[in-house]
Design a protein around this ligand. Structure first.
Ligand code: AMP
Length: 173
């Protein structure tokens, strides 16, 4: 099982959702039971001996990987969501997109002050999304131990933009 080639199960969709974008489709990866298990096993093995108080997942594909990881580590899952989805008091961070801006939110009381957090998303591109999510974690009093991704698009330089945060990814392009 451990010799599954995860990269071969990520489907590339050219020109989605816009011309020129090579969309990395993870549905083919998570639809393969042993491959999905290998992703979660690998992440769980990486953090099981590290003191972690919570896993933070980024809406929406980040939830697919963050929820099983939190269960495996025996810690809570904290969602970072798009605006207007979280019902209680939130912190908000706006970040730049190629065209326009996006906003993400976290519940103000989601983390105990000083909590050590692993932040999970499906894919690292330019780093804007998890940069904003990291700021939200810090606003809520948490400490980012590592940013974890299934896929990293290395040519977009997200890692450099997120300098200062440890970064881990399972598949690189
Ligand atoms: P970024 O903020 O630029 O790092 O973009 C990361 C977010 O956008 C992740 O939540 C991804 O789900 C999504 N994303 C960006 N580029 C791609 C891509 N080429 N294929 C699939 N998802 C992408």
């Amino acid at each position: 099982m451990t010799d599954i080639d995860l990269a071969s199960l990520v489907r590339n969709i050219p020109d989605f959702p816009l011309p020129g974008i090579q969309f990395k489709d993870i549905t083919t990866l998570i639809g393969h039971g042993p491959a999905f298990s290998k992703v979660i096993d690998t992440l769980a093995a990486r953090y099981q001996h590290t003191p972690i108080d919570a896993v933070v997942g980024v809406e929406s594909r980040g939830f697919i990987f963050s929820a099983p990881l939190a269960l495996r580590l025996g810690v809570g899952l904290v969602p970072v969501r798009k605006p207007g989805k979280l019902p209680a008091e939130t912190y908000q961070v706006e970040y730049e997109l190629e065209y326009g801006t996006n906003t993400l939110e976290i519940h103000r009381d989601a983390l105990t002050p000083g909590s050590r957090v692993v932040l999970v998303d499906d894919l690292l591109a330019t780093g804007g999304t998890v940069g904003a999510a990291s700021r939200l974690i810090e606003l809520a009093g948490g400490q980012v131990v590592e940013l974890a991704f299934v896929i990293e698009l290395t040519f977009l330089g997200g890692r450099e933009k997120l300098a200062g945060y440890p970064i881990y990814s399972l598949i690189q392009y």
